[in-house]
Design a protein around this ligand. Structure first.
Ligand SMILES: C[S@@+](CC[C@H](N)C(=O)[O-])C[C@H]1O[C@@H](n2cnc3c(N)ncnc32)[C@H](O)[C@@H]1O
Length: 316
């Protein structure tokens, strides 16, 4: 079985694809996920720990979807479509329960390669005043934020929206003394009404966050974690700049700028993505065990939306 690796040559030949917004469903994304993860799982097992059933369940979603789409079958199991199965609320929430992580970070350098390895500053040179998920998914995210964010205008609260743009999807009228946006396009960040300041920085070139230790109560990252090629460095930095007990919230759907997303993301499905982001928190260290929430508003009818979150340990 060939593992899909997105290489340099192809990327440079296909700059037009860079604007495409693909990766729409577990099935189209999960080109080789089952086999990829079965390798990882084998490795985990070799390490002596039995893979928990629940992890297999989560990974099984993309594995079976991939297997069936490759076989050209009608993609059904027990009369249920695999997409419907993957989108059953709660399936991805199981993925991070009782994970027995391998001792070492299980991903390799090639897992973080992209189809388009040209500088990200080129790709993000022009502003995109668009939204990257549909309205129901945005509404679900905003509703989730309303539930977990500190009340608006709370003295002393500082927030950081990483991989930000002209929108942060915060609740309407939400304010804090300090809300920093970090992103790649200054025009977009300038227009973001919720930000009190912004920083343009390519995290794939410089993952060091330009903030003091223990600065932020909340860090958000919306539909962008899949573009990070040095995620462990970035997550370590997130831990450093969070206040003890501070909350980091990553959210993602099943869409991406395919050519700019890392290969381990484009070759796997939704449940795998939860595990991948969970692993970033786990191996960065200093965080509580990460948890997943499925906030998909209308499973199967609008964009799915997943949250993987964790708090900085109070002792870190
Ligand atoms: C799909 S957009 C999402 C923007 C915004 N979070 C939203 O929800 O609309 C991806 C964002 O990731 C950010 N990004 C991509 N590559 C990056 C990099 N190398 N360093 C920092 N930010 C990056 C860009 O600023 C871009 O706005």
């Amino acid at each position: 079985m060939t593992i899909i690796r997105l290489g340099f040559n192809v990327s440079q030949r296909s700059p037009i694809l860079a604007g495409a917004y693909q990766c729409r469903s577990s099935i189209t994304c999960a080109t080789d996920s089952g086999h990829y993860f079965s390798r990882i799982l084998k490795k985990w097992n070799r390490g002596g720990s039995r893979t928990p059933r629940r992890v297999l369940l989560g990974l099984g979603v993309s594995f079976w979807a991939q297997l069936m789409s490759m076989a050209g079958s009608s993609s059904t199991v027990g009369g249920k479509s695999f997409i419907a199965f993957a989108r059953q609320k709660g399936v991805v929430e199981e993925v991070l329960k009782n994970v027995q992580w391998p001792e070492q970070f299980p991903f390799k350098e090639e897992d973080f390669q992209r189809f388009d390895e040209t500088p990200d500053s080129l790709f993000y040179e022009q502003p995109r005043f668009v939204t990257h998920i549909d309205d129901p998914a945005i509404a679900a995210l905003t509703k989730y934020y309303l539930k977990v964010f500190p009340p608006s205008n709370m003295p002393g609260v500082s927030m950081l929206d990483m991989c930000s743009s002209w929108v942060s999807h915060f609740p309407a009228g939400y304010k804090q003394d300090r809300i920093v946006g970090m992103g790649m396009n200054e025009e977009e960040l300038k227009r973001n009404p919720v930000l009190t300041e912004y920083v343009v920085q390519d995290l794939n070139v410089n993952p060091k966050l330009p903030f003091a230790d223990n600065s932020f109560d909340i860090i958000t990252n919306v539909v962008s974690v899949d573009y990070l090629t040095k995620p462990l460095d970035v997550f370590k930095e997130m831990c450093r700049v969070l206040k003890p007990g501070g909350l980091a919230i990553t959210s993602f759907s099943n869409r991406c700028f395919f050519t700019k997303a890392i290969s381990i993301w484009t070759s796997t499905g939704d449940a795998d993505h939860v595990l991948i982001v969970g692993s970033y928190f786990h191996y960065a260290g200093g965080f509580e065990p990460p948890q997943a929430v499925d906030i998909s508003p209308n499973p199967g009818r609008s964009d799915p939306m997943y949250i993987v979150y964790s708090r900085k340990l109070s002792t870190a």
